[in-house]
Design a protein around this ligand. Structure first.
Ligand SMILES: [Zn+2]
Ligand SMILES: [Zn+2]
Length: 247
């Protein structure tokens, strides 16, 4: 499967880079993981938004869903080259916030589907497992496995450090982790430090760690150094816009 970073900032966009959004592709299937600010413009470089097959949302904070409304409008108004309207877009999300969940469904455009009813579900070529994170609002991490190859990507979404991430991430091929904080902010109730992300990667036997949900201030290379201290055998990199990784 292929992962493309569309946006990586936590909280708000800046300097031409948006917030949490990733495109995951396999066998011609296009899955948008979170739909943060700026994600629709970033997505357009890779796939026409009307050709998107599904959306998976971790939680309803603005920096993860800001572009969902305009995605719905795009699919309401735009037709393909043959004049056909796009299919009903499944938006997989949790239903623990009823008002937000209701907005995922837009008549003849998109349908909200709660992923919390079953421990795992299939979206196109992917198996999706979820785990609740530590965050002020209900939020879910995902383990996304490409069924054909068994390759796995774990996305922590937004979370404070949780020991269960180690089992959840075991032997994943890539850990995409919320590293919003520098050293000294460990055991926070909203986000993790790079050091905590490194600890999860090392203990879970993950080979590749990508730090994301990055802060707008500070030396980001310091985050990489802090993660490496905990995970000397793990390849650590910062998420960058338009970075594509084959998993
Ligand atoms: Zn966030
Ligand atoms: Zn959040």
């Amino acid at each position: 499967m292929k992962l493309t970073v569309l946006g990586y900032y936590g909280g708000y966009p800046t300097k031409g880079v948006g917030t949490s959004a990733y495109l995951i592709e396999s066998e011609g299937f296009h899955l948008l993981l979170d739909a943060g600010s700026g994600s629709l413009l970033a997505l357009e470089k890779y796939v026409d938004p009307i050709k998107l097959d599904a959306v998976l949302i971790s939680h309803y904070h603005h920096d993860h869903i800001a572009d969902l409304g305009v995605l719905q409008f795009t699919r309401l108004l735009k037709k393909d080259e043959h004049g056909n309207k796009p299919h009903l877009l499944p938006i997989y999300c949790h239903d623990e916030d009823k008002d937000s969940f209701a907005k995922m469904t837009f008549e003849n455009v998109s349908q909200g589907i709660a992923y919390t009813k079953e421990p795992e579900l299939t979206i196109g070529p992917f198996k999706i497992e979820h785990m609740k994170t530590i965050h002020p609002v209900p939020c879910y991490a995902f383990r996304i496995t490409e069924e054909k190859t068994g390759k796995a990507l774990v996305f922590t979404a937004d979370s404070g450090y949780k020991k269960d991430f180690i089992a959840f991430s075991t032997k994943a091929d890539l850990l995409l982790a919320d590293s919003n904080f520098f050293r000294g902010m460990e055991n926070h109730s909203v986000h993790m430090t790079a050091k905590e992300c490194g600890r999860i990667a090392a203990r879970a036997g993950v080979q590749n760690l990508m730090l994301t949900h990055l802060p707008q201030k500070g030396d980001l290379n310091q985050l990489v150094a802090e993660a490496r201290e905990e995970a000397p055998d793990v390849s650590v990199q910062l998420a960058q816009k338009d970075m594509t990784v084959t998993i």
